[in-house]
Each structure stands twice: as C-alpha cells, then as structure tokens.
Design a protein around this ligand. Sequence first.
Ligand SMILES: Nc1ncnc2c1ncn2[C@@H]1O[C@H](COP(=O)(O)OP(=O)(O)O)[C@@H](O)[C@H]1O
Ligand SMILES: [Mg+2]
Length: 248
Amino acid sequence: MSRILCVSNQKRGVGKTTTTLQLGDQLARSGVRVLLADLDPQGQLTSRMGISPAPFSPLLSTEPLNQFIRPSRSPNLDLLPSCPSRTENQPFESLANNERAELVDRFREVAETYDAVLCDCPPSLGSITELALQAAEEILIPVQGDFYALEGLDQMVAVIRGAMQGTNPDLRFGGVILTRFNAQHPFSNHIEQEVREFFGEIVFDTVIPEDQALLESANESQAIFEYSIRSPGMRAYAELCMEVIDRG
Ligand SMILES: Nc1ncnc2c1ncn2[C@@H]1O[C@H](COP(=O)(O)OP(=O)(O)O)[C@@H](O)[C@H]1O
Ligand SMILES: [Mg+2]
C-alpha cells in the first residue's frame, strides 16, 4: 500500500519545498518508488527540479492525472508538476463536496502506483491544503527553528484536527521536523526544547541544520545528494529518511 504524506505549514520559508524534495530524493534512493506532487501554485518544487510546469492545473483537469507526471533525474522519483497561477486557491474553493471527493479518489488512484507520495503544500491553510489533508494519511510539519517557530501553529493544528474529525478520519500526524536550525544561535537549545514540549514525541530526532549547500543546490536545481554529498544538510535528510521509513 502506498503512503500519502502531506508536507504542510502555513508559514512561508520554513522548508516545506526543500523537505519535500530532499526527503523524496532520499526515499527514492533507498528504493522506494516516490511521487512528488507540487500543490503550490507558485510552482517552486517544479522549477527546482528543472521540470516544465503543467500547461493547466492537473488537479482541475478532466484528463487522467498520470498524463501530467514527469520523471526526474533521480531514479524512482517522479513529479506531478503544478501550473503557476495567480488565483491560487480560488478554483478549488468553488468545488462541491462530491467534486472534491472525486478529485481525492483520482489522486489516490495515481498514488496507488507508487510506494510513497509527498505533497508540497502552499503556505496557507486554504482549500488546496484542505484537499491535501483530505487525501493524505500522514501530515509532516516542517517547523523552522527560530524564535517564531510556534507562531500560528495552534491554528494549523486546529485545521488538521478538523480534517481528522471531518473529511479524513484516517489522517494522522506523521511528524514534526525541526528545520533551518542554527546550533550557534544563543537560544537554539531553548527553541528546540520549546518545539519538543509543544508537540511531544511526534518531533523527529533528526534536526535539519541551516546549511548553505541546501540553498545553493536549490538554485542549481539539484538534489543535495548530487550537489554536496558530504554536507550536513545531506546527512540530516538521509537520517530523516530513515526515521520516516521506520515510522511507516
Ligand atoms: N536547511 C536549510 N538551510 C539553508 N537554506 C534552506 C534550508 N531549508 C530551506 N532553505 C532555503 O530557504 C528558502 C525557503 O525554503 P523553502 O523550502 O522554499 O520553504 P517553504 O516551501 O516552506 O516556503 C529557500 O531558498 C531554500 O533553499
Ligand atoms: Mg514552498
């Protein structure tokens, strides 16, 4: 059976797209057949993989979803690209409940042909994120290890619990990932402790450090594995991958 994981946090810049890409790449290199779904209309995952955007939104199209899927340079790793749009959530807001359920079914059908699907969500709790929460089995929350780490997360947890009690009783917390962590920061221990106290044992042991190589690899449209195999960022995503596999 395939695992659908939704990578979400309504805050921008916390490492959702980076985590989707690097974790997906690591899983694929471990022999897991992975589909990444770029659900953010800004299309950063698609562009960072060096893949052309879809001509129109795959999720809103009546064409079979697998027609839009593109292979990446890594073996075992495919992408469902996004179609850049300025209206963002708008077309999804007007979907009726039965249309949403149908869309979720179509998405799950494609997901069945993979071992794992990682959905990169937009930085909002709008209707695209709601759809992803309806389709997923697990939610992964990257939390940036800074002073504002917990800001807004109450709201996000409430939306997730709403989905668990409403559209998707099978949804569960896959885990919280501390990202962009700077161990040199004078309050770094305090920040980590605060996040671990707030979320408890669902926080992964692995902490993703702030690492210039991750930023540079994104600019070069490369996975960190190809760009800098010895970097701390690469090691951290490899460890996270093992933890995600263990929790599956
Ligand atoms: N661990 C990290 N170390 C250094 N730069 C990072 C790290 N994680 C993400 N970045 C960079 O920070 C920016 C925001 O990350 P991104 O993954 O796009 O966040 P989000 O998808 O949550 O908006 C990007 O330029 C990305 O390359
Ligand atoms: Mg993003």
